[in-house]
Design a protein around this ligand. Structure first.
Ligand code: NAI
Length: 338
C-alpha cells in the first residue's frame, strides 16, 4: 500500500479542505486497472472531481507511482494505491463506486470480441472480489467487450447472491461523446450544446446513435447521417488504427469514464434528473441488456427511459444489431457459468 503522503500531512489536508466540502457526502471511488492507458488519466480526472473523498487505485502493477503522482494534487480526495491481488480487498472495502478499465486493449485488425478470452477472466475475478468486499457499490464496466463483460458481471453477482441490476453499468459514454463531436462538425453547431442519444451496445453495428433525436436540430441529408452513424460505430477502430499497435482510445475514454462516474456520483448524492446513456439490464427491447438513456439516482438506475421515436434508418439499425448483441450477451453468460 502506498499512501500519497504521510498521515500527519493527510489530516492537515483533510482539515484544510473540509470546510469547502462539508456539505458533500464522503464517497470512495475505486479504479481497477488504474495504472493503464485509461486508468492513469481517469485517476487524474477523478482526483479533480470534488464529489470524491477517497480515491483507491488498484492494478496488478505500477500503482505506487501513479498514486504518489496523482496524490500530490491539492484537491479533496485522499489517494491510496494498491498493487496485486493481496491488496484487492483493501482497495474495494467501503467503495461507493468501482470503475473497471482493467484488461488488454485492441490492436489493429482486432475486434472487441477478440479480447474476450483474456478480459473475461480478469472481469470475472474482479467481480468476485466486488461481490465479497463492496457488494453495495455501483460498478462502471469499461473493459471490453462491454457487450459481454456486463453479462459476465451480472452472472458472477447472481452466483454470489448480491446482484442488484440497478448497480451495474456498461460504460458507453465514449460512443455518445464521439457522436456529439462528429455531429457538431457536420451540423455546424456549437459542440458543447449538442445532445445525441446512443443506444444498443458497445461494438461495431451494435452502437446505434439516434441522430434523428439530436439537438440542436440540423437538416442533414441521409447520406451524411449514414456516414455519421458509420463513423460513430467505427470511432474506436479509427483510434486503434491511428495508434498503430500502441493500444486503443485512452484519453477520450478517460474523459468519458470520468463524465459517467460523475453522473453516477451525482445520482447517489440525490441530484435530480441526471440522465446518461448506459448499457444496463433492460426490458425496453427483448434483449436482457441494452444501452439507452438511464435516469440515475440514489440506488443507481432509477429508470430506464424508452427509446423515443426512431427514423426508418434507425429502426433498421435496431433490428440489424439485435442478433450480434444477443450472441455477445449469451457468450458472456455461458462463460460465467462454465
Ligand atoms: P492498458 O493495457 O493500457 O491498461 C490495462 C490495465 O489493466 C493495465 O495497467 C494492467 O496492468 C491492468 N490489469 C490487467 N489485469 C488486471 C487485473 N486482474 N486487475 C487489475 N488490473 C489489471 O489498456 P487500456 O487502453 O487502459 O484499456 C483497458 C480496457 O478498456 C480494454 O479492455 C479496452 O478494450 C477497454 N476500452 C473500453 C472502452 C469503452 O468505451 N468502454 C474504450 C476504450 C477501451
Amino acid at each position: 500500500i502506498v499512501r500519497s503522503s504521510s498521515s500527519a500531512k493527510q489530516s492537515l489536508l483533510r482539515r484544510s479542505f473540509s470546510s469547502s466540502s462539508s456539505s458533500v457526502p464522503e464517497r470512495k471511488v475505486a479504479i481497477l486497472g488504474a495504472a493503464g492507458g485509461i486508468g492513469q488519466p481517469l485517476a487524474l480526472l477523478m482526483k479533480l472531481n470534488p464529489l470524491v473523498s477517497s480515491l483507491s487505485l488498484f492494478d496488478i502493477a505500477n500503482t505506487p507511482g501513479v498514486a504518489a503522482d496523482v496524490g500530490h494534487i491539492n484537491t479533496r480526495s485522499e489517494v491510496v494505491g494498491y498493487m496485486g491481488d493481496d491488496e484487492l480487498a483493501k482497495a474495494l472495502e467501503g467503495a461507493d463506486l468501482v470503475i473497471i478499465p482493467a484488461g488488454v486493449p485492441r490492436k489493429p485488425g482486432m475486434t472487441r470480441d477478440d479480447l474476450f478470452n483474456i478480459n473475461a477472466g480478469i472481469v470475472k475475478n474482479l467481480c468476485s472480489a466486488i461481490a465479497k468486499y463492496c457488494p453495495h457499490a455501483l460498478v462502471n464496466m469499461i473493459s471490453n467487450p462491454v457487450n459481454s463483460t456486463v453479462p459476465i458481471a451480472a452472472e458472477i453477482f447472481k452466483k454470489a447472491g448480491m446482484y442488484d441490476e440497478k448497480k451495474l453499468f456498461g460504460v458507453t459514454t465514449l460512443d455518445v461523446v464521439r457522436a456529439k463531436t462528429f455531429y457538431a462538425g457536420k451540423a455546424n453547431v456549437p459542440v458543447a450544446e449538442v445532445n445525441v442519444p446512443v443506444i444498443g451496445g458497445h461494438a461495431g453495428v451494435t452502437i446505434l446513435p439516434l441522430f434523428s433525436q439530436a439537438t440542436p436540430q440540423a437538416n442533414l441529408s441521409s447520406d451524411v447521417l449514414t456516414a455519421l452513424t458509420k463513423r460513430t460505430q467505427d470511432g474506436g477502430t479509427e483510434v486503434v488504427e491511428a495508434k498503430a499497435g500502441k493500444g486503443s482510445a485512452t484519453l477520450s475514454m478517460a474523459y468519458a469514464g470520468a463524465l459517467f462516474a460523475d453522473a453516477c456520483l451525482k445520482g447517489l448524492n440525490g441530484v435530480p434528473d441526471v440522465v446518461e446513456c448506459s448499457y444496463v439490464q433492460s426490458t425496453i427491447t427483448e434483449l436482457p441488456f441494452f444501452a439507452s438513456k438511464v435516469r440515475l439516482g440514489k440506488n443507481g438506475v432509477e429508470e430506464v427511459l424508452d427509446l423515443g421515436p426512431l427514423s426508418d434508418f434507425e429502426k433498421e439499425g435496431l433490428e440489424a444489431l439485435k442478433p450480434e448483441l444477443k450472441s455477445s450477451i449469451e457468450k458472456g453468460v455461458k462463460f460465467a457459468n462454465q
